[in-house]
Design a protein around this ligand. Sequence first.
Ligand SMILES: [Fe+2]
Ligand SMILES: [Fe+2]
Length: 222
Amino acid sequence: MAKAITPKVTWVGKIDWELDTFHGDEYSTHHGSSYNAYLVRDQKTVLIDTVWKPFDEEFVAQLKKVVDLRSIDAIICNHNEIDHSGGLVELLREIPDTPIYCTANGEKILRGHYHQDWNYITVKTGDKLNIGDSDLVFIEAPMLHWPDTMFTYMTGENILFSNDGFGQHYATEFLFNDLADQGELLTEALKYYANILTPFSSQVTRKIDEILALELPVIRKT
Ligand SMILES: [Fe+2]
Ligand SMILES: [Fe+2]
């Protein structure tokens, strides 16, 4: 089910109420999870990330209700763990030549996962994709939490698509963190950080400082 975030940005992901473990059996998820994908519509139409593989057909079917797939000009893969990239095979079956923007490590990982010679375009920090009034600016964030991870910042709408960097496994009917149950959300965020990001804490701190130094306005919903 799609949800509007701004007139130009629509959430097109999947809330998974039933997930109870992730990474095999290593990570218990007491409140499900969310696979966040976004459709960005300016003069160009861009899809940011997809969903976990078991939901790939549902994802593509839902996406078709929101947009003509042939009008998607580009796909951005911020991080290519299968809960983010699992919808690509099903999607690219329909639009196989669509460029996929990712880091160099992202291309390696996507090729390793899916063995597809897709139209990869590798990007580095500071590279931009102009989509009309807005630019999508790429910010590499290696090891937050995979070597391929990057963030994407959308100018004009002032949204930082931060992927797993500030993530948690949590299913909620409310899209925005300030509307969710704060106790549950914080518990899941702390658990995720403790288990997934603690070894890279100094890199998290450096990345936050780096982003703050860019003095980019970021929407904070109050
Ligand atoms: Fe991840
Ligand atoms: Fe993730």
